[in-house]
Each structure stands twice: as C-alpha cells, then as structure tokens.
Design a protein around this ligand. Structure first.
Ligand code: SAH
Ligand code: SF4
Length: 387
C-alpha cells in the first residue's frame, strides 16, 4: 500500500473532526476553520496553496493528510440548463449528480450510495442492487465539484428571495439547495451522510440553510428516529402509496416499517425542528398502479394529521421497467383531489431527461451502453426467474 492511501482525506472532515485533526498535530483549533475555508470556499486542493498557513505547518499536514476528490468521468449538459456528472468513487463504481437551475436557486441532487439495496419497483437505481456506501469526501465532493464546474461555466451565484419576491441574500456559490435524492438511500449510509450534511450547512464550508438541505428517505424508521441527534435538515418521505398493501408492493422496505410507524417517526423528527417546518411527501405517480382517484382520496385521509406538502412525481420511464407515466389529465385529477382537501401540492416537472438525469433514471454507468443493456437484460432475466 502506498503512503498516500493511508493519508487522512481533509475533504471529508467536519469542523469538529478538523479541530481534532489539528489538536493531534499540537495546533490551535482556529486552523480548522482556516482549512475548511480553503478547501470548500476557495476550492483549494493542494495543502501548499493554503498561503496563510506557515510552511512548517503545511509540511506537517502533508506528511499525514491530503485533499482527495472523487473523479468526474463524464459531463452532460441538457438543453434546459441542467447538468449531470458521472462521478467515479473509490469502490470503482460510479454515481451521478444532477444540477437543476430554477429561478433564484440552483439545486444539486446528490448521491449517497452506489446502487441501492431497497429495490423499489419503479427505480432504476434499485434495479442495480447495492454496490457501496459513499465516503464523506465522496458525498461532499459532489457539491465541491458542482460549484467549481458551474462557476467555470459562468453560472452566477444563486440569489435567495423571500416570499414577496424581494432578494434577501446572495448565496456566494451557484448551488443554493441540496436534495439527497440521487442514487442510494441516504439513511442507510447514516454516519457519512450526517457528516456531509454538517459540512453543507457549516458556515466555514458551504453555509447552506437547513431549510435548503433535504434528506429524502424511503422510510428507514430507526434511522429517522436517530436523525434529531445529528441534524436539523429538511425531510422528504418517499411514500408513493396511501396504504400498506400497495406500498409494500412497490416500496419493499414498507414490509419492515409500515406507514403508521413511518409517519410517527417523521412527525417526531419534524416536531423537533419547530419553526413551522413541514415534511415533503413524495409520491411517484405510476399509471394504473397508484394514480387512481381513490388513491388520492385515501392519501388525503391518511395525511390529515401530518403537516406536509405533497410533491407528485410523474413516473420517469427507463428500459427495464414496464411502468408507464399517467396521462396529464389523470395527474391533474389526482392533484386536484389533494388540493381540494387543503394540501399544498406541486407536480415535479421533468427536467433533463434528454441526458437521462430525471428522477429515478440515475444508474451511474460510464457511457458504455452495450454493457448497460447487457446488465439490464441480466437483471431482467434474474427477476423473471425469481418470480
Ligand atoms: N432513496 C431515497 C432517495 C433517492 S430516490 C428515496 O427513495 O427517497 C429520490 C426520489 O426519486 C424518490 O422520491 C424516488 O421515489 C423518486 N424516483 C425513483 N425512481 C423514479 C422514477 N422512475 N420516476 C420518478 N421518480 C422516481
Ligand atoms: Fe433506493 Fe430510493 Fe430507488 Fe427505492 S427509490 S430503490 S430507496 S434509491
């Protein structure tokens, strides 16, 4: 093993962990904020470029540490301004991250795992199975790269607007919002994701508002129960069905943690946040599966004591799936029923599907379509044998 592999990667250290690192070197804690700013705000990747740190200390740091970024292997830019990058991680797999520009904000959809073990029936990532957990550096490295790349394209920093439309703040970098909605289940890579969230919200690093950093989960209840001790980020629940029978068919983890427990854990977490913050319920609409008017009525009833907004996501097709996206009239009927029941409902517009970056299409391949089709065919064959 080369000495390099044994070095500490400073990119993945939270403020307290960076302070511990400097204290081990016999240095003052303020070195930690200095270093975080160099790496995350100024984008420095060489310890020698940290010019307000003495040469002697830099040598000491270099002997035991380095700044190591995940590798970007491909970049795709959509006609609608979205971008997708394929990121190679240490396990040898690749994951995807997607940038979605909207008026006044720039959202980055971040991956937490290569593949996913939970196998939701409508999700391309789930079809791959689980490959590996991303390290803290690989999660935060996505945000590091996206800010650098977008600044390089000339994308202006995202402004923040209040409800009346007045500009209240200027985010210093192009990304103002993070959604942990890329590949993987963030709560099954708990410790690394918590550290990465802490860097996202840390003033010495990215300083993003807790309201603008969202964890999306398909319902790992014991992990939701632990969340409040680690973060105050926003929460999105991937519900997708109004009753256990249907949910267990399309989101298998529901068999272990049914809806009632999921809503209980989520409400407990939301109540610790206070400040009138509400969870987002995500509901992928699949034609003929969960998009009936009766499902909408049942959903309205189910959520009546659960403070939330509802985000409807029309299913995005991919090659291994026979599911179909509902017609626009059925989407709007579903929306209307929830709206009339008093919910705030948004329908997610499909972005970036020209580059395969819409929700649920993320597979992290490196452009080798022959291998991809073969893997899909293999996976399809396996599923048929299993059933
Ligand atoms: N594992 C986490 C986060 C990643 S999935 C979770 O499940 O919440 C992010 C979102 O994309 C989820 O709401 C998921 O249900 C949705 N999604 C997955 N596949 C989709 C597809 N084919 N079409 C539309 N949305 C999809
Ligand atoms: Fe995993 Fe989320 Fe996809 Fe389900 S929807 S398989 S939890 S990534």
């Amino acid at each position: 093993m080369s000495t390099n592999e044994e070095k500490i990667n400073l990119l993945g250290l939270t403020l307290p962990k960076m302070q511990a690192f400097f204290s081990e070197l016999g240095e003052k804690p303020f070195r930690a904020s200095q270093t975080l700013k160099w790496i995350h705000q100024r984008g420095v990747v060489e310890i020698d470029d940290m010019t307000d740190i003495s040469k002697a200390l830099r040598e000491k740091m270099k002997a035991v540490a380095e700044i190591k970024l995940p590798l970007i292997t491909q970049e795709l830019r959509s006609n609608d301004g979205s971008c997708k990058w394929i990121v190679q991680v240490a396990s040898g797999s690749s994951v995807e991250m997607v940038y979605i520009p909207e008026a006044g904000r720039g959202t980055l959809c971040v991956s937490s795992q290569a593949g996913c073990s939970l196998d939701c029936s409508f999700c391309a990532t789930g079809k791959q199975g689980f490959n590996s957990n991303l390290t803290v550096a690989e999660v935060i490295g996505q945000l590091w790269w996206a800010n650098q790349k977008l600044a390089g394209f000339g994308v202006k920093p995202a402004a923040e607007w209040d409800e009346s439309g007045a500009r209240v703040a200027q985010n210093p970098r192009p990304i103002s919002n993070i959604v942990m909605m890329g590949m993987g289940e963030p709560l099954l890579n708990f410790d690394n994701v918590m550290d990465a969230l802490s860097l996202m919200m840390e003033d010495q690093a990215y300083g993003l508002s807790k309201r603008r950093v969202t964890i999306s989960t398909s319902g790992v209840v014991p992990a939701i129960d632990r969340l409040k001790d680690f973060t105050d980020a926003s929460l999105a629940i991937s519900l997708h069905a109004p009753n256990d029978e249907l949910r267990s068919q399309i989101v298998p983890i529901n068999k272990k943690y049914p809806i009632k427990e999921l809503l209980r854990a989520s409400s407990d977490y939301m109540s610790t946040l206070g400040e009138r913050r509400v969870a987002v319920i995500e509901y992928t609409l699949i034609a003929g599966v969960n998009d009936h008017r009766q499902h909408a009525r049942e959903l309205a009833e189910l959520l009546k004591n659960f403070p939330c907004k509802i985000n409807l996501i029309p299913f995005n097709p991919f090659s291994l799936s026979d599911y179909k996206r509902p017609s626009s009239s059925s989407i709007s009927n579903f929306r209307q029923i929830l709206h009339e029941a008093g919910y705030t409902v948004t329908v997610r517009t499909t972005r970036a599907d020209d580059i395969g970056a819409a929700c649920g299409q993320l597979v992290g391949e490196v452009g080798d379509n022959t291998r991809r089709s073969q893997r899909y065919a293999d996976a399809a064959a396996q599923r048929i044998t299993v059933q």
